[in-house]
Design a protein around this ligand. Structure first.
Ligand code: PFF
Length: 466
């Protein structure tokens, strides 16, 4: 990112010196670094498995194209127009155009959601870090599915081990955020994202040799609508937001560093395509291994930690590839974790006048503490179900509840508010200025955002909550 002082942007209330991404590619990589993470490689395969495969994938792809992409463009647009941290960007735009500055609360909801997500995201990030060690010491090589299952349940059963890895992961996130993400992030994603892609291709190539590739492809791509539930549709919608890092003010924050001459539409399409590509590759890598080893596609959150080690264990130089893979997964999770902490830290700096170091320690420390509740729900508190009295939440631990409320409730709600703010509150002229698209494509985006997106989110929401 260059240190150029912004001159051609909307009002900024920022007291910090702001800069721009050094190039369009830097923004694309940083946004992709945020989007591509555990959501693609850990969550997408296991929720696809739990929701029956093809039909779920189809709904998910539709949600990305018709809901996710228009909202991503809207978020980047708010950031670039506002030129400040998410909450202040929204406030600046609302104030300038004579609207209620309370709209900033919508961005506030996003910042809070990001904070809640990071608390458990860091615990899963910790799993990835711990598997780097497990793989590097050769513990996964040549093991049976049962033995690998035991390694995983052993990890979940030890709160102290989980705490150690969670602490390490959160520490890594705080380290980059405290230094200012401009320094390390751009360089890291430039190398790591392509490397992750290549390693995924290696696992897909292995999957092709299992003899079950066709079955994996069929599971992912032939829709059987009898397996799709309305909850599945909600999960798909929530995941579209989660995987693209939407509804959480992250893209607003990153958009605020984007220079005027970059096309918001093109870059958003590129980021969405790369994110979807990684998720589908992860599915293609994992499901053939699941079927080849008689595993259960609906095994839940442990899915990749039980399937991928099997694949690597059976390959020549498997320990090396496994180690590399988990290193890259850790990096993917790291770049996403950074983007989850950034909006709150930015806000604390701007609004409370704290310096970056203090803001990072305060926000990261609190998030770490909340993560402890998620760790305990995997073992000592596995019977604690705070909302268990409601049928809908029966058996859901604190971890499950955090996941449900953030991914399935707050994210779609945050996205809905963004769609309404940009589609109905901001002036059409402002949007046209920022997007600089042909009138046909502009109208397509505008109408999708105004009508289709809010209605789709509301329908799915209401259907599930009543
Ligand atoms: N998109 C990330 C993933 O798929 O793992 C998770 C994430 C990062 C969600 C940043 C939200 C966010 F703001």
């Amino acid at each position: 990112m260059s240190n150029a002082t912004p001159s051609n942007r909307g009002p900024s209330q920022s007291r910090i010196k702001r800069g721009f991404w050094s190039s369009r590619m830097a923004f694309v990589l940083a946004a992709t670094g945020s989007a591509v993470g555990l959501g693609n490689i850990w969550k997408f395969p296991y929720i696809t498995g739990e929701n029956g495969g093809g039909a779920f994938v189809l709904v998910y792809l539709l949600c990305i194209a018709a809901v996710g992409l228009p909202i991503m463009m809207a978020e980047v647009l708010i950031g670039r127009r506002g030129g400040a941290s998410p909450i202040n960007s929204v406030r600046a735009i609302a104030k300038r155009d004579g609207h209620n500055p309370a709209w900033r609360l919508a961005a506030g909801l996003g910042v809070l959601t990001a904070f809640l997500i990071l608390s458990f995201y860091s615990v899963i990030g910790g799993w990835a870090v711990s598997y780097v060690g497990t793989a590097a010491t050769g513990q996964l090589a040549g093991q049976s599915a049962d033995a690998i299952g035991e390694i995983f349940s052993g990890l979940l059963g030890s709160p102290w081990t989980l705490l150690m890895w969670h602490t390490l992961f959160m520490g890594l996130v705080m380290l980059v955020v405290a230094r200012g993400l401009r320094k390390g992030l751009e360089r890291a994603v430039t190398i790591l994202m392509p490397a992750l892609f290549v390693l995924l291709l290696v696992v897909v190539a292995y999957s092709m040799t299992t003899g079950y590739f066709g079955q994996g492809v069929a599971f992912l791509f032939s829709p059987d609508f009898s397996k799709l539930t309305t909850e599945g549709v909600l999960v798909a919608l929530g995941h579209a937001f989660f995987t693209l890092s939407l509804g959480m003010a992250v893209m607003i924050a990153y958009g605020s560093y984007l220079s005027k001459d970059v096309s918001i539409a093109k870059t958003s399409i590129l980021v969405s395509l790369m994110d979807t590509g990684v998720a589908l590759l992860a599915g293609l890598a994992i499901f053939p291994i699941v079927f080849a080893n008689g595993l259960e596609p609906g095994a839940g959150p442990g899915l990749i930690f039980q399937t991928l080690p099997l694949a690597f264990g059976a390959m020549p130089m498997g320990s090396l590839f496994a180690t590399l893979f988990f290193v890259l997964l850790t990096f993917a999770a790291w770049t996403s974790g950074i983007s989850l902490l950034e909006p709150l830290v930015e806000w604390l700096e701007e609004q409370k006048g704290l310096n970056r170091m203090v803001s990072t320690i305060g926000a990261g420390g609190l998030c770490w503490l909340l993560g402890v509740a998620s760790i305990l729900s995997l073992n000592l508190w596995s019977d604690v179900t705070p909302l268990g009295m409601f049928a809908m939440f029966e058996g859901k631990t604190i971890f499950d509840l955090l996941d449900f409320f953030t991914a399935s409730v707050f994210l779609p709600l945050g996205g809905l508010l963004v769609a309404i703010f940009v589609g109905w509150i901001m002036t059409r002229q402002a949007l046209q200025d920022e997007l600089a698209m042909g009138s046909g494509t502009f109208s397509l985006w505008y109408n999708t955002l105004r009508y289709f997106t809010p209605v789709a989110v509301l329908v799915v929401f209401v259907y599930n909550l009543v």
